[in-house]
Design a protein around this ligand. Sequence first.
Ligand SMILES: Nc1ncnc2c1ncn2[C@@H]1O[C@H](COP(=O)(O)OP(=O)(O)O)[C@@H](O)[C@H]1O
Ligand SMILES: [Mg+2]
Length: 505
Amino acid sequence: MNTTGSFADFFRQLKIRDVLKSLRVRFFIIVFLTGLISCLVMHRVILDSYEDRAVNVKSTEVQTQLRILANHLIVSNYLQDTSSEVINAELDMLANLYDGRVIVISDDLKVVKDTYNISQGKTIISEEVVRCLKTGSKGSVSKYDAANGYIEVVTPIIESELIQEEDVSVSGKSAEVVRGVLLTSVSTDTIDTTLEILSNRAQVLEAIIILVILAFAAVVSYTLLKPFGRITAAINDVKAGYTDEPITGPNYLETEQIINAFNALLRRMKVLDDSRQEFVSNVSHELKTPITSMKVLADSLLAQEEVPNEVYREFMTDIAAEIDREDKIINDLLALVKMDKKASGLTITSVDVVSLTEVILKRLRPIARKHNIELTLESKRAITAEIDEVKISLVIMNLVENAIKYNRDEGWVKVELDADHQFFYVKVMDSGYGIPAESLDHIYERFYRVDKSRSREIGGTGLGLAIARNAVLMHRGTIEATSVPDEGTTFTVKIPLTNLAASGK
Ligand SMILES: Nc1ncnc2c1ncn2[C@@H]1O[C@H](COP(=O)(O)OP(=O)(O)O)[C@@H](O)[C@H]1O
Ligand SMILES: [Mg+2]
């Protein structure tokens, strides 16, 4: 087997399939076929109806002539005596006129006269003739034989007789008796010739129309689908240069939808890009602050000679505190990065939320005690939920920690747990200084702090609520805050009891 050949074949097929895949090619084919088919159908219909009409006209004409002739035959008693010169001439003339043949048949099916002089004296048993003899009063019948190019007309020769006196009901009227039949075949050569001429002309016209349709289909498919090419070019421009400019172009509704969707994507990418940049600069800044402090502390120690031991100790304690800060920031950042992953990053287990909260509060109680803050837990019922224990711990821990940190001395922090059949609720209330209304929308932003210097003093990184919110969102829950400045703040977290994302529902 020739491998090169089969490879070439493969690529040729591939190409044809690609070509057929093109909307433009399909459009072209559809427009072209529509035009072509309607053109051909029109051709057929017009020629057919011309043929029908011409045959009809001709047979009516022949039938009229034959009826007149049939009367003459009766009047001159031709069926009994065929010697009448006048009638014979009339018969021949008719046959010549229509380029056909006229046969006169009597009621015993004998051929009385044949203009071809072939069948004289013979008996003709044709279905049409017999039927016409029986039902002659129904008039003449014609039959078109398109294949052989003639029309056959069967006309009854009818004699009217006066009805006898006894029959009162129909007296004075005449009865019609069929004396014989005129069997005529008429050539349709003239019709065929006309048809041929018409068909030739139609073909020339068709060729022209097909060319026009071809050109039309090409132009239409080219121009109609041009905007798609423009969109691709515009998107490629964006890809190459990463311009932030939205793409535009004179367009259809459909392409406009594509453009709008793409521009929305562009905007979203820009927002993401901006926020990433801001995050990186914030991170650098936050990480730099403790290092700057340490540098200052170390430099000032080094600048002095003969530093007393206590001073060393004091400075080193400060430096250690800064290192702790740096460590806390890095830990928070790592926690945050982990939270940014999808919900699939959750490790779901069945967790007793009440005891989990108790453990957390126990850990935080020493800090609360330091400021004489009363820390209480009220749980309305037993709660078991399918959650990621570590992440929900972070949420409760951050909220309670904030409630203690941003509180006045001798204040209180209340944690309330509740659940309905769908969700469980964690409510953290405090008697602290509250959050100003204009800051409420920003507290979940990374590194956002209402009062930067105070927060730093207390040891905040500004990442706690961002981490908490991400953890809540990963559980498809919500977190809300209400606050009255100088009176206190309430955070409410609502989390589904069963984890829909993890169970794949
Ligand atoms: N319970 C609260 N009372 C008053 N202010 C609060 C409370 N919780 C959070 N805040 C404000 O929201 C800011 C962001 O909180 P958070 O993200 O936990 O950062 P951090 O606690 O590290 O400063 C805090 O700096 C503080 O200004
Ligand atoms: Mg905090």
